[in-house]
Design a protein around this ligand. Structure first.
Ligand code: HEM
Length: 301
């Protein structure tokens, strides 16, 4: 019975006969279900997911209400970043083996995870500058600038600078992983090798370029993509791969832009906790281009 169907004498908090029968029905329903109840000898939901461990990592260092939000959004973002790393690495292993269609599945997952990362800003933006200042001093020099997972995503995608290894020197394992990614081909390098394997002419300076450097546009790469984009029927798998990479870069830009906007509305032009100029540094990063020729090809078609 809905509120509007109640008689004038009914009170919203009083139970009607219908309500009781509905309650009884749901109780019966639950007892009839053979849901497992004894977890003395098997893993429960919380055991399997190690929820105690997960929650133990949520440890605000002040009494500020919004520090919980700040920590939760960072934790969730780190989990998505780890997933993105796994998916990128798996897709790159397939690309290195000459496979073009299977990596699309993993890259699609990357794109969806990026959407979740970008949506997280909407929750964080409910925090006011004054809320933030209540706990800002408590985390000292800690900053997302030191996020190993984020840096690994950037390295895998090709935005690489050896100096960015610096903040990880105190963690040899993390440093080694990042360093290995820095010296290995990026997802774009692997894609260009596939173009060459399909007979599209690419010079040695493209195929054997120094992987430690960020991508620099090359006319031969542009020509190769022009061939693919002018005749997608012949090169459908490469065309689809290129468009998927573009989706990844598109989403990466959205994340960066929303981060910058959130930072500006929270700390204005204050310096970052990581020691950079803050909004100025992040604004410069908006100019980063991961797959230059995939954008340029549109102008030249
Ligand atoms: C109100 C919340 C936030 C503020 C005020 C903020 C502020 C900043 C600032 C100023 C920087 C520049 C580096 C520095 O610290 O000097 C930065 C970098 C960064 N932040 Fe945030 N941030 C916030 C939330 C987040 C969240 C939720 C994440 C999620 C992981 C994140 C990830 C990063 C990353 C990965 C960088 C490095 C970007 C790069 O090097 O291009 N930030 N942040």
């Amino acid at each position: 019975m809905t509120g509007s169907e109640r008689g004038a004498g009914d009170h919203a908090d009083s139970h009607s006969a219908d309500d009781y029968s509905a309650d009884q029905h749901s109780a019966d329903q639950h007892s009839a279900e053979r849901a497992h109840r004894d977890f003395t000898r098997s893993l429960s939901y919380g055991d399997y997911l190690q929820l105690d461990t997960l929650k133990a990592a949520h440890r605000p260092v002040t009494a500020a209400h919004d520090e919980h939000l700040f920590i939760a959004v960072h934790h969730v973002s780190e989990l998505w970043l780890e997933l993105i790393v796994r998916e990128l690495e798996a897709a790159m292993a397939q690309l290195a083996g000459g496979i073009t269609d299977a990596p699309l599945k993993g890259l699609t997952r990357v794109v969806r995870a990026q959407e979740q990362l970008t949506n997280a800003w909407e929750v964080l933006k409910t925090m006011t500058p004054a809320d933030y200042l209540q706990f800002r001093e408590a985390f000292g020099q800690a900053s997302g600038f030191q996020s190993a997972a984020y840096r690994l995503v950037e390295f895998l995608l090709g935005n690489r600078h050896a100096t960015l290894l610096g903040p990880h020197e105190h963690r040899p394992e993390v440093h080694a992983r990042l360093s290995a990614a820095l010296h290995a081909p990026s997802v774009y390098d692997l894609t260009l090798r596939l173009l060459a394997a399909r007979g599209l002419p690419l010079p040695p300076e493209v195929l054997a370029r120094d992987p430690c450097l960020p991508p620099t546009p090359h006319p031969a790469v542009l020509d190769a993509w022009l061939t693919v984009y002018r005749d997608p029927d012949t090169y459908w798998d490469l065309y689809e791969l290129a468009e998927k990479l573009l989706d990844v870069e598109d989403n990466f830009r959205r994340w960066r832009f929303n981060h910058l906007t959130t930072v500006e509305r929270t700390i204005g032009l204050r310096r970052g906790s990581g020691g950079t100029s803050g909004a100025g540094y992040l604004a410069r990063a908006l100019g980063v281009v991961l797959f230059p020729e995939l954008w340029e090809v549109r102008t030249n078609l």
